[in-house]
Design a binder for this molecule. Structure first.
Ligand SMILES: CC(C)(COP(=O)(O)OP(=O)(O)OC[C@H]1O[C@@H](n2cnc3c(N)ncnc32)[C@H](O)[C@@H]1OP(=O)(O)O)[C@@H](O)C(=O)NCCC(=O)NCCS
Length: 355
């Protein structure tokens, strides 16, 4: 006879907390069906066109755009903080060269300087002293390559930072808020967020997009490669989104950058392959590209190593993480959801020899 109380039941709770609203926030909003992204009330398209990353950081933290004096003060403070203490650079020298840069980032702070320094050290080069008078985008590219970027590259990189700065309760930001909700400090919260970002379904996707394009190798192989991958139920990185059901507004800007970057470099191969991939994915799966798709070919043509794409995402998203962490501290409640238990109940312990 079946004991009803022992039976399992099928879960009805939303898996992955999809669609579940877990709190209020003014930092950003994703309107999935309209393809809209808003930071503290401002549409991302307007910010991508007219703003800078430093302005966006101020906006996320202070809920308003800065006055000139406030922006100057923020830029001065950021510039002063570019340099990292020598013992931290010495620590980076101890890290094995094959270590993944996103893991290296978890061991330290001051993101742009560390990402650039760690990359140079693993290439056998000395870190470059930061330029405190330059903005984050210019200074980062300078510290990475050892020479000042063109105005165009610095502008594109700056807008990329603007576009990645915040995205409501994405997995890493939610992680940061969960950790902050325990009243752990801001460093612990950010460190946990980096871990969440590193996964291939989240920020790790951008590196994997480029790996896929390189694996395909040539536009003539693309369609058959993708069809085979889809038939094997393989996910194509850079497509689909948990909230957007239409074009990701960030992809609109990045597509244009990928095209322009390619044209300027006289090599539109990766842009053309990306466009073709976009067409095949729409036809085969009805899926739109997300933020990670065109950022991959943009960074690639800019000459940035593949495994830095996700740390670069972190250089930008730390502004959103910290805005959310501060919002969490300001009105804190421990985040402690419930699980819907679907296992059996009332089982009786059976002695080991009788099982
Ligand atoms: C982002 C992502 C995790 C959102 O997923 P989600 O809303 O939970 O949707 P699911 O993973 O449940 O996918 C729903 C369906 O679309 C398919 N799908 C979603 N994204 C896909 C992709 N990139 N490639 C192929 N199929 C995909 C799933 O296989 C599933 O199909 P099925 O119903 O036949 O099983 C998912 O689209 C994905 O894994 N994308 C690739 C990784 C990526 O680019 N991440 C960066 C996000 S900004």
């Amino acid at each position: 006879m079946i004991d009803k109380a022992n039976e399992s039941h099928t879960a009805t709770a939303a898996t992955g907390l999809r669609g579940v609203v877990v709190g209020a926030s003014t930092v950003s909003d994703v309107v999935g069906d309209k393809g809209e992204l808003i930071y503290q009330g401002y549409n991302i398209h307007e910010l991508a066109k007219s703003s800078t990353f430093e302005e966006v950081a101020f906006l996320l933290w202070n809920k308003c755009l800065p006055r000139r004096s406030e922006l100057d003060e923020l830029k001065r403070a950021i510039g002063e903080a570019y340099a990292v203490p020598k013992p931290i650079i010495d620590l980076l020298r101890q890290i094995p060269r094959e270590a993944d840069p996103i893991d290296v980032l978890r061991t330290a702070a001051q993101f742009p300087t560390l990402v650039a320094a760690a990359d140079r050290i693993r290439r056998g080069l000395d870190p470059v002293e930061p330029l405190p008078d330059e903005n984050i985008a210019t200074n980062f590219l300078y510290m990475l390559k050892g020479e000042k970027p063109s105005e165009y590259d610095a502008h594109v990189f700056d807008v990329c930072l603007v576009l990645h700065a915040d995205h409501e309760l994405n997995a890493s930001t939610f992680t940061a808020r969960v950790v902050a909700g325990t009243l752990a400090n801001i460093y612990a919260s950010v460190t946990a967020a980096i871990g969440a970002l590193s996964g291939p379904l989240h920020g790790g996707a951008n590196t994997n997009v480029m790996k896929t394009l390189l694996e395909i190798g040539d536009i003539k192989n693309l369609e058959s490669f993708i069809k085979q991958a889809l038939a094997a139920k393989r996910k194509i990185m850079g497509f689909g989104h948990a909230v957007y059901r239409t074009e990701d507004p960030r992809a609109t800007h990045l597509r244009q950058f990928s095209k322009e970057m390619g044209e300027r470099a006289g090599d539109t191969k990766w842009y053309e392959m990306s466009r073709k991939l976009e067409e095949v994915m729409m036809r085969e799966k009805g899926l739109y590209p997300n933020v990670d798709f065109f950022s991959a070919s943009t960074y690639y043509v800019m000459g940035i190593p593949l495994d830095l794409y996700t740390p670069i995402f972190a250089i930008s998203r730390i502004t959103g993480w910290t805005a959310h962490i501060l919002e969490q501290y300001a009105d804190n409640k421990l985040i402690r959801p419930r699980a819907e238990y679907v296992g059996p109940r009332n089982l009786r312990y059976v002695a080991i020899d009788k099982r």
